[in-house]
Design a binder for this molecule. Structure first.
Ligand code: GRF
Length: 218
């Protein structure tokens, strides 16, 4: 089995990155992490990836005049590493239509809400403010609009009455760490495909819901 050569793009602590790296450390996992790239040179995730023996690269977006020039540098690194799949994991830069199109159906993202609800930042604070009882996380293919694109997998996480943003974030993050590797596996082994901007599961009933709950949702 040839494993899909995968890059992870980060901007910060990289806990989802670690979850993906740990899953891919097993030979039979269908994706191999060949590059971790950060737009923030001192992102803590870079050191964690390097410690795990993964090739890392920092490309400071501030060093470029505009977004296309920054992305050209990113693309050059992805090309140099023969990357086939890109995972965004806490990558805090908006991407141009051109970059997103170049990676159409080959770039996925994790977002800490049940999309299409609560796009954007500060999801947990807003869920608590609105009195939501259930939230969660979503892995989706990346499209030009932020936090939008065919949904690959979601995990539901309960909101507790006494939750703070931090407590809820920690509970959702635990679900993220289970969900993202699961979703990457489905993408990398060809189980999912996109048809009509919806994810279909190969060999399964077309009406199968794209809902996967990890065992531990807190
Ligand atoms: C996660 O909550 C992820 O869903 C969001 O950004 C956060 C990144 O955290 N996109 P980490 O860097 O993976 O720890």
């Amino acid at each position: 089995m040839s494993r899909k050569r995968t890059a992870i793009l980060i901007s910060g602590r990289g806990s989802n990155m670690v979850a993906l790296m740990e899953a891919s450390a097993i030979d039979t996992f269908p994706a191999e992490i060949v590059l971790v790239l950060s737009n923030v040179p001192d992102a803590p995730g870079l050191a964690k990836a390097a410690a795990a023996g993964i090739q890392t690269k920092a490309i400071d977006h501030k060093a470029f005049e505009d977004r296309p020039q920054f992305e050209a540098a990113v693309q050059a690194e992805l090309d140099a590493a023969d990357v086939e799949l890109v995972c965004l994991a806490g990558f805090m830069r908006l991407l141009t239509d051109e970059f997103v199109t170049a990676w159409h159906n080959r770039m996925i993202n994790i977002h800490p809400s049940l999309l299409p609800s609560y796009k954007g930042l500060d999801t947990h604070r807003r869920v608590i403010r609105d009195g939501g009882r259930i939230t969660g996380c979503t892995v989706h293919y990346v499209r030009s609009q932020m936090d939008q694109g065919p949904i690959i997998a979601q995990a539901a996480v309960p909101v507790h009455a006494d939750d703070t943003d931090e407590r809820l974030a920690a509970r959702v993050l635990e679900a993220e760490h289970a969900l993202y590797p699961m979703a990457l596996e489905l993408v990398a082994n060809g189980t999912v495909r996109v048809a009509g901007e919806k994810v279909r599961f190969e060999g399964k009933d077309l009406d199968q819901p794209a809902l996967l709950s990890p065992a531990k949702t807190g």
